[in-house]
Structures are given as C-alpha cells and as structure tokens.
Ligand binder design. Structure first.
Ligand SMILES: *[C@@H]1O[C@H](CO)[C@@H](O)[C@H](O)[C@H]1NC(C)=O
Ligand SMILES: *[C@@H]1O[C@H](CO)[C@@H](O)[C@H](O)[C@H]1NC(C)=O
Length: 455
C-alpha cells in the first residue's frame, strides 16, 4: 500500500514538476487571484489540497507551535554572527538600526541550556560534565573512566556526522552568542537593493542546479526540463524559503517610523510586488506554490523523527524539571498531530533510482546545501543573517532526517536507531524554521483577506 502510494505520488510529483515550469496560464481577474491562482485546490505533489493544509496548519498546528516556541528551550539560539564570509570580502555591514541583533546577557539564559550544547538525559549530563571537567583539567585518556571514554567517543562521533546538510557554527567559539529569538523577531529591516540581491543571486545562480547545466536527466518524465526530480526539488526548496521570508517581511513591514513610535504590520503593496502574477511575470504564484512544497517537506521530516523525541530519556533540558516535562508533552502532542496528517509527502520518490547514481546525487545535494548555509555568513544585515542561518540550519536538519540511512534503516516500527542524534542547535533550528513556514501559511490567509478588499 505504502509503496503504491509512493509510486503514485512520485509520478504525480514528476508531472507536477514538469507542469510548474511552464505556468503560461491566463492571469485571473482579482488582486487575490493574481497572487493565489496556483495555490488553491490540489497540490499535485502530495495528492492533497491547499485548503486541507491551510486548515490543518492554521487551526491545529500553528497556535500550539507558537506556544512551544515561546518556551526557554526554543527561544534561545546560539549563533556565530561574526564568521567571515568565505566567498567575498566586500560585505557592507548594514548600518540600519533595525538590522541590529541584541545578544543575550550571560545571566539571561538558563544554566541548563548554557552548560553544554546538548542535553540528552541526566545520566548523559553527568557523564558530559565529567568529560568537560576532565578536558578543563587537561586530562589524558587514562584518567577517564571507561564509561566516560565511551561517552567522549560518542559525542565526537555525533559531531562529525556525515549526514549533515549544513555547515554548523562552532558554538564553542567565543564569537558564538545566545540570541533571544522572541526579542529579535524576523521582520522588515530595510535591507534590500543590490546587497540583498547579490546574496539571492549567488544562491540561485551558483548553487541551484540550473536547468541548462544539467545534461543527464535521471527521470525521463522530467527530461523536457533537462533536470531530474531531485534537482528541481532542491530549487523549489530554496525558492520556497525565499518566498517564506518575503511573506514575513511583507507581514511585518515597518509601516510607521517616527521617533515616538514604530509600527510593523501588513503591507499589501509589498506582498503584491513579490507575488502578484502580473507584476512578477508569472513567478509570484509559483513561489507561493514552492512555499507549500517546503512546508510539506519539513512536515514530513517532523513526522519521521517522532520516535527520536518519544524516547523516555529524551528531555528538552533547561534545568527546570516541571517546565521541561510540560514542554516535552506539548512537543509530543504537536508531533502526533503532525503524524496524523493523512497525506504526507513521500520522500522515497527521491534518490530512488540506481543506488550508485542516487548516492552521488544525494552527495551533490548535500554539498550544494552546505554551500548555501555558508553563504548566509555573507548577509550584510545581521538580523537577516540570524534568521537566514536559523532557517537554513532548520531545513538542513529536515533533510538530514529525511535522508538519514540510520533513521531509514530502523523506521518506522522499531523507532530510529540510537545512532541517530540531533543536537540542541539542530532541534531548536528545526522547530523554529518550521514555525516560520507555518507562520507564512497562516499569513497567506491574512493576505488573501486583505487582497479581497482591494477588488
Ligand atoms: C508598502 O510597500 C511599498 C513598497 O512595496 C512602499 O512603497 C510603501 O510605502 C509601503 N507602505 C507603507 C504604509 O509603508
Ligand atoms: C559554492 O559557492 C561558491 C560561491 O558561490 C561557488 O563558487 C562554488 O562553486 C559553490 N560550490 C558548490 C558545490 O555549489
């Protein structure tokens, strides 16, 4: 049954991918339709319809997710915003006040979060503390207990996991700081023009698989585009991320800026400039469709990683026992809700062909994505850099989950193997990134209404 669905979804996906490249549809009449013409009814790639996703997200998932993201565990994100851009030198730091990021004072962040990057269980904690202490003392291996040595080995192993899609920040670096995401919300900063364009151009031009450059399509259905399903999917993920960020910026636009008051809110004109079919020559509606694609991919990753979070010894550790237990309950509630979504995307249609070919493709995918995560260090506006890094790390984590052999080999009955791990950074970015896309889907509902009032 599952396999049949997979095949069906795979084929529909390919057909859809083909279709989405052309988009020569007559533009619809109203302002709302001009943006939303492609996001209504069936999204062929998941045999589900936009209305189902909207209802599921806006009323069942979104409110609870917001609750969870306000908790201490999820609001503090450690990030290095001072890493040099590896690709070019001339980054003009954006001097605007709205671009600034205010890092946390050291006493703001709960000790439980600060002491080690990843809290797994109390037992593991005491082992890690022993390790840390040993490290501080410059201990040599013999002085460590056998158990500690094993733990050290295990932690090192997680660190250089070959599954990673992102180049993670070295969060032990003195330049890495905790940021309170609630106090530094993603919103319009005025960072645009040539500098912002350069970033997205590099991402699209140099790092997305461009149709012309791929000579050897793997999927015959996609040969018209000269691009296999996976590479088009990669492009669509990036496009979906771009769209999502632009939805946020349009929804939290700086509407009023006087020395007395700043006001952020919806700017319909800005939204139209990004997504109106006529103003964007057909691109806008397609971008919104890619946003839903991204949503489904991350939703699927979350449903797949449920067993990891269900382990009895897993904690959202901040040191506050009662709060931590409540948060874990809320987290599992959300994950079970996600799991119950009946029409999940089937990632098995990716990388499904010849094993060797598929592995090479997956490796390609990974390298390109890592590159994109490094480009985030070149974003001139620190606020945008923060959210760019968080969202790419979150998407990278979702991809790691979807394509991890360790997870696949042991799913779904037996739960993920204990070799599969996520660091606190990965967990925080995964849920916050999904929270951003969930917010975007919710905001689309608002913009739809606002546009209906125009004409
Ligand atoms: C809304 O955005 C447009 C640019 O798309 C800008 O020209 C306009 O001033 C903005 N409106 C407000 C109220 O800020
Ligand atoms: C990584 O990005 C740089 C800068 O855009 C580019 O020169 C390089 O070819 C990219 N490599 C890959 C594998 O995408």
């Amino acid at each position: 049954m599952g396999r049949r669905w997979g095949l069906l979804v795979g084929v529909l996906g390919a057909v859809w991918l083909l279709g989405s490249g052309q988009g020569g549809r007559q533009p619809a009449e109203s302002a709302a339709q001009r943006c939303f013409c492609q996001v209504s009814g069936y999204l062929d790639d998941c045999t589900c319809d936009v209305e189902t996703i909207d209802r599921f997200n806006n009323y069942r998932l979104f409110p609870r997710l917001q609750n969870l993201l306000e908790s201490d565990y999820f609001r503090y994100y450690k990030v290095n915003l001072k890493r040099p851009c590896p690709f070019w030198n001339d980054i003009s730091q954006c001097g605007r006040r709205d671009c600034a990021v205010k890092p946390c004072q050291s006493d703001e962040v709960p000790d439980g979060i600060k002491s080690v990057s990843y809290k797994y269980s109390e037992e593991a904690n005491s082992l890690i503390e022993e390790c840390e202490q040993a490290e501080r003392l410059g201990a040599v291996d013999e002085s460590l207990s056998e158990e500690t040595q094993k733990a050290v080995l295990q932690w090192t192993k997680h660190d250089d996991s070959s599954d990673n899609f992102c180049e993670a920040d070295d969060i032990q670096s003195p330049d890495a700081e905790y940021v309170d995401l609630l106090l530094n919300p993603e919103r319009y900063t005025g960072y645009k023009g040539p500098d912002a364009w350069k970033i997205w151009n590099v991402i699209y031009e140099e790092n997305c698989f461009k149709p012309q450059t791929i000579k050897r399509p793997l999927n015959p259905l996609a040969s018209g585009q000269g691009l296999c399903v996976e590479k088009r999917a990669f492009y669509r993920l990036i496009s979906g991320l771009h769209a999502s960020i632009n939805v946020h910026l349009s929804a939290r636009y700086l509407l009023q800026d006087t020395w007395l008051e700043k006001k952020w809110g919806h700017n319909v004109t800005e939204f139209q400039q990004r997504f109106d079919g006529i103003l964007t020559k057909g691109e806008g509606p397609r971008r919104l469709k890619n946003l839903y694609f991204l949503y489904l991919i991350e939703l699927r990753a979350l449903s797949k990683v449920v067993p990891f979070f269900e382990r009895p010894d897993f904690q959202l550790f901040t040191g506050n026992k009662i709060q931590d237990a409540e948060n874990k309950m809320l987290l599992l509630e959300i994950l079970h809700e996600i799991k119950s979504f009946p029409l999940h995307f089937d990632e098995n249609s990716f990388f499904a062909g010849d094993k060797k070919e598929a592995n090479k493709l997956k490796e390609d995918f990974r390298l390109h994505f890592r590159n994109i995560s490094r480009i985030m260090d070149c974003v001139g506006c620190l606020k945008c850099r923060l959210w760019g890094k968080l969202q790419t790390q979150g998407l990278g984590t979702a991809l790691k989950i979807l394509f991890s052999e360790k997870l696949i080999a042991n799913m779904p009955e037996s739960g993920p193997s204990y070799e599969f791990h996520l660091t606190r950074q990965e967990i925080v970015s995964l849920f916050n990134a999904f929270g951003r896309i969930s917010t975007s889907v919710k905001e689309l509902e608002n913009f739809r209404k606002l546009l209906q009032n125009i004409h």
